[in-house]
Each structure stands twice: as structure tokens, then as C-alpha cells.
Design a protein around this ligand. Sequence first.
Ligand code: MSP
Length: 523
Amino acid sequence: MAETFYLTTAIHYPNGRPHIGHAYETIAADVLARFHRQMGREVRFQTGTDEHGLKMAQKSRDLGQTPRELADEMSGYFKDLFATLDISYDRFIRTTDEDHYRASQAIWKAMEANGDLYLDRYEGWYSIRDEAYYDESELIEGEGGEKLSPQGTPVEWTAEETWFFRLSAYGDKLLKLYEDNPDFIRPESRRNEVMRFVEGGLRDLSVSRTSFDWGVPVPGSDGHVMYVWVDALTNYLTGLGYPDETENMAKFWPADLHLVGKDITRFHTVYWPAFLMSANIPVPRQVYAHGFLLNKGQKESKSLGNVTDPADLVNAYGVDVLRYFLLREFSFGQDGSYSAQAIVSRANSELANSFGNLAQRTLSLLFKNCEGQLPPINDATADDDALRQHVERVIVQEMPAAFTDLAFAQALEAWMGAVFACNAYVDAQAPWALKKTDPERMKTVLATLYICIAQLAVAVIPVMPASMGKLLEQMGITPDLRRFDAIRTHWYPALVDSNFHLEKPQGIFPRLELPETPSEESA
Ligand code: MSP
């Protein structure tokens, strides 16, 4: 039976259209899903929208809509964007889906049966923007002296009767979880933060609301809806069929990876494992908190007028350029700043000029000088072997290890190193000049390059599925070969012996121009 891998993104609030942060997280998750599939694993990948809570209720009221109407409209935009971004999810969950109510109520009942829920009165600070309760001691002061959440969002005093979850009973169990599983929270800096928070002592958590009704009803408690994070986190189980003992639950739970942004680490590494322990459900294997994406150093916001629709970036640069850029440019656990300039220069130097040009030059020479027939390799030299070994090392060891570790930038750095090595080899061997002086040698050089290009293309399918598919199609590399292990073996002689004929090659990465830029950019 194939090894399984279940990964999820956070589910996105559909209180507005999707932005670049949503695209970034979902692309990264998609690259991992494709990578693990390519390694032969049975992958399940879930994403979706988080549709309950006060934030949605208020936003829809402001717009004169029902929350359901707002959620329907906005979740449609998320789905459309994910299609544009080539996201290969297995389920797009909406927390208003019927099976999700059932799952949320089931986990609630399991926590209640364990004695972890009790009714009391809550008084304290709540941030609607974060959908989070904060302790007085966590608040910071705004410019006008007003109280703000640690994320800098407004908070309001809340007082109501609510159900509490006995989080205070889970401190030691959580600390043991982190200690026994050093990879449960990554990166390390986030793990330290969470450990300090838990060591500071946990208070019981308010987990229901009575002041509005846009949520999952608390079973047997009229007038109460669940705190939005209780139902939101449960989405990861709903998608597998919980509470039924389904085949997917048996196969995919506990989740291998919850991929989330750094702002919601606490919910995933403190509340969620505590809820699960209470309900007697195994905890996920890992939560990875990635960094935030900034637009030229600033957070995108309506008030700054710098909100970018990710679909516009796709239209301007192409989906694979955007996917490549986002994973290549930034260290995944850290914040990063993007700009049109950075996208164009990365795409031109690495995709158009380096890899694209390498493929185009090699395939064109084969097309023109060998009538599209693939030549066999005769008498490989030490240079040929050294290049082949470099590329193999990168695709067999370095890239899979880096992808497994979510070190996307490092995987692509190793890939680029191999592309540079191929280009240096082309320049040194000058196959165009060999046509007259030593045609046999020319063939061996082109064949060596052909193998390397195919291998390098296969290794970046997870990042650039559409363009690599197009290139590999032209090269006669059938889908069964498009795996890390399969592309190592002796497919080349078989392809040479088959009736494969190379057509006139089509470029895959055009050079990009910088769009008309506002004057501040040239300043
Ligand atoms: N609905 C909650 C998550 C519930 S998960 C059970 C939520 N939604 S969100 O729409 O605000 O954010 C969705 C994801 O996008 C989160 O992981 C968040 O960290 C991430 N990002 C939001 N803005 C981002 C950037 N600017 N950059 C990178 N990721 C960011 O939180």
C-alpha cells in the first residue's frame, strides 16, 4: 500500500476577495501535494473557506447581504482563483457544508463527554478581525492610546454567558507533545514562541457566543453558536468523513501537515491539539507556520490602495512564473516583500534566459542538425559524466530532501545550480561548432543535454506543472516517466529506439517586460 500524506491549508475567510497571502499559502501547499504525489505517495489535499463568525456576520450586514450570500459570492472567487493557480486540491471545504455541522457537533459532544466544557460568564477582550480572545496583558497601545490586539487590530469588551473549554487542564500535556515531537511546530522560532506562551499558563477558553447566530449551533444549548475557531479547526476532520469511521479517516488521520500563516499558529498548536486530546482523537503530525508576504515592504490593505488581485499577476506574468517566483524568492518561514520588478527580473534571468534558453537551444539544434531524431550516446567524456552526476545528485537527493523539509527556496536554488552547470557545459562544448568538426561528438553532447533537461523539467513539475508538462510533451517524456525515481532510469535509449520524432520546439518562457510603473517606483 502506498504511503499516505494528508495536508491542508488554513481555510480562508471569505469576507472579501482573495489576496496574495491566500495565493501564497495555497500555492506552497499545492507544490507539496504535487511533490508527494510525484514521490509515489497517496496524497489528500484540502483547502476551503471559513464562513462563520462575527467578522462574516458584520461584513455582510454592512453590505446589506445575508452572511450566506456573502460567503457564496466570495468563496466562488476563491474557487476561481485556485483554478487559475492550478491548485490540485481534493476537497474545497466550506464550513457551511452540511457534513461540517455534523462533524463540529460531534467533536463538541466528545469534548463535553470528557468533562471539558462548562457554562459560565465570560468578560474580556475580543478582536473581531482576528476572531480571537485576548488577555489584558497581551494588549498593546495604539497611536491614539486605544487598546489593540497583539496583531494591532481593534478589540472590544465582551461580556456574555458562554461555554468554556477547560484549556487550563492541557498545559502539561501540550508541553509534553512539543517536547516529544520537536517537529510538531515549525519553524523553530515559532515553536519557541508557543512553548513560552504555554509555559506562562493557560486560561480556559470561551467557546460559544450568544450575541449573534451565524455559526454552528451548540448541541443541546439553545441560543449558543460555537466560537468560530472551534468549527473552523474541525474542517480538517470533516473532510475525511468524521465522525464516521470512514476509509479516509483510517487512511489519512492524523494529518501529516497543517500549513498556516504565522498569525494563526496559536490556534493550530495550542487550541487544536487540546480539542483533539479532549475528544480522544490523535493530533496532527506537524504544523508549519510560514511567513507573511508584503507588497514592496508593506502589508496590503484597502486604505493603502495596494491590494493586488493574484489573478492580475497571473495575467501579467503567467501562472508558473508566479508560482516559481513566490517559492524561489522567499525563505518559507520568513516574511518576504514582492514587487513587479522582482518578479520580472527573477523570471527573465532564471526562467527565460537560463532554463528556457537551455531547452530551446538544445531542442532547436536537435531539430535542425539531427532532423528531430534523438542520437544515441557514444563515448561519454568525463565532462559529460560530471554534468550527469551533478544533475542526478540534485534531482535524486537535494531537491526531494529540500521539498520534504518545505525548504522551497533551497530546492529551487539547487535546481538553478544544475541549470547553470548545463549552460556552462553548452558554452564549453559549443555543439553548434561541432557540427562541422566532429558531428558524432555533437550528438553525444546534445543527447547528454537532452537527458539533463528532461530530468530538470521533471523535478520542477510540482512548481510549474503546466509549462513543464508542455516541455516534456514536446520531448516525448510520457507521464509514467514524470516522477523523481522514474526519470533516473534508462529511459533515454528506449526513447531513441522508439519512433519518437522531435517537432520544431516551442519556447516555454517568453521574456517579460516590466508593466508601466507608477512614478514612485522609478524614483
Ligand atoms: N479563517 C482563518 C483560518 C482558519 S484555519 C482553521 C484565517 N483566515 S484568513 O483568510 O485570514 O487567512 C488564511 C491564511 O492566509 C492564513 O494561514 C493566513 O496566515 C494567511 N495569510 C493571510 N495574509 C497573508 C499574507 N499577507 N502573507 C502570507 N500569508 C497570509 O486566518
